[in-house]
Structure formats: C-alpha cells, structure tokens
Design a protein around this ligand. Structure first.
Ligand code: AR6
Length: 205
C-alpha cells in the first residue's frame, strides 16, 4: 500500500483490500485497511472534523482538498457541529457518495471531565445512524481524534469498536442495513491497535 500510495495510484489496490475478512478473525461486515481514506469508493467516509466544520489539517484537510471547494460551501450552511456529534454532506469530487463529518473529543480536555469515551463513541453511533438514514450501506471511518486531538491509539480503537458493536447489537434489523464497516487507519500505530482489538469485539463466527 505504501508504494502504491507514493505512486499516486491507489484506488484499485484500496478496493481489493476491502474484501471481507481481510484478516481471519473479523465477522463478515468488518474490514480493516490502511490507506488514504479519500481514495475509498464506499458509500460514506467519516471525516475527523472540528466544531466549525470548515476544514482543517490532517484527514479533514485531505478530504476537503480532494472533494474540491463545493464541500466547504455546503459545510458553511450547517452551522457547525457539537463534539460527539456528526453531520452529513455530499462528496463532490471524491469517489464516495457522502461525507459524514464527525467531531471527536480533544483527548486531554475531555478526559479531565470524564466525557472522552462517551463523546468519541457518540461520533461513531451518530455516523452509523446518518449512514442508514441516508440510504448508505457501506462506511469507512478515519481514526477519529487519534491525530491532533491526541487520543491514544488503543484506547480510541477500543472505544470505536465498542460503539460499533453496541450499535449493531442494539437492534437486530441494523445488521441487515449495512454491507460493510471499514476502519481506515493511516499510521501503523492505529492499524496495529485495530488488528489487536478487532478479534476481541468481532470474533469469527
Ligand atoms: N486518510 C485517512 N486517515 C488519515 C489521513 C488520510 N488522508 N490523514 C490523516 N489521517 P487528525 P483529529 C489519520 O489529526 O485527531 C483537523 O485539523 C491520522 O493519522 O486528522 O480528530 C480537524 O480540522 C489520524 O489517525 O484528526 C480538527 O481540527 C486520524 O486521521 C482536528 O484536526 C485523525 O487525525 C481533529 O483532530
């Protein structure tokens, strides 16, 4: 993946890597991938945004650059977003159909308040609700809050996986509305955290 990324031709490789059970211990709807999320042709990708929803660095910057200027125009209409919540827009020049902008917690600030886990998990469950409400069947999450916002990788992966599992388990009809849930890492530390924790949350059936 790294070589292809540098050569700028990632799309086919990225799609090939989205096959079910990319590692043997996932249940059939969960995939892990390490790539640039802007290349993924899933129905919805989840951006790690801030409360303004007007763009920034990291994955937010990459998504806005790849989507083109119409994305920020639509975001300007949304009147921001609370931490722990998410809002949905079109995807413009991106290969996906929708972008879900989730605002993860700043780790150290929210840990002091004891709200970090609830806020991080809220981003995941709200994103899944928005996916279903908008007729999307596949979603790729970036590793929310694990960059600038300082969330430790394993703690973030544990929160993310727990939220997704809890959402799927809460209503048996939900699973039928979803084809694929992808956890898209960018750095090795996040990929390793998911590889370690996915079998615990989603053992092979
Ligand atoms: N594709 C997939 N993942 C990526 C990409 C990419 N192209 N680029 C970075 N990541 P961050 P946060 C990973 O800092 O911590 C922004 O300025 C990265 O390795 O983007 O939630 C916003 O506007 C990390 O694992 O988001 C906010 O102000 C993950 O994306 C603030 O940063 C999230 O890192 C949000 O901070």
């Amino acid at each position: 993946i790294a070589d292809l990324y540098e050569s700028g031709d990632l799309t086919q490789a990225a799609q090939d890597d989205l096959r079910p059970n990319a590692t043997p211990t996932h249940n059939s709807k969960i995939s892990l991938i390490r790539t640039d999320i802007t290349k993924l042709a899933v129905d919805a990708i989840v951006n790690a945004a801030n409360e303004s929803l007007l763009g920034g660095g990291g994955v937010d910057g990459a998504i806005h650059r790849a989507a083109g200027p119409e994305l920020v125009d639509e975001c300007e209409e949304l009147d921001g977003c609370d931490t722990g919540d998410a809002k949905i827009t079109g995807a413009y020049e991106l290969p996906c159909k929708k972008v879900i902008h989730a605002v993860g917690p700043v780790y150290h600030t929210r840990k002091r308040q004891g709200t970090h886990t609830k806020l991080l998990q809220g981003c995941y469950t709200r994103s899944l609700d928005l996916m279903v409400e908008n007729g999307c069947r596949s979603i790729a999450f970036s590793a929310l809050s694990t960059g600038v916002y300082g969330y430790p990788s394993e703690e973030a992966a544990e929160g993310a996986l727990g939220a997704v599992k809890g959402w799927l388990d809460a209503d048996e009809k939900r699973s039928g509305k979803v084809d694929r849930i992808v956890f898209c890492s960018f750095l090795e530390k996040d990929e390793k955290a998911y590889e370690k924790l996915v079998p615990r949350f989603f053992p092979q059936s």
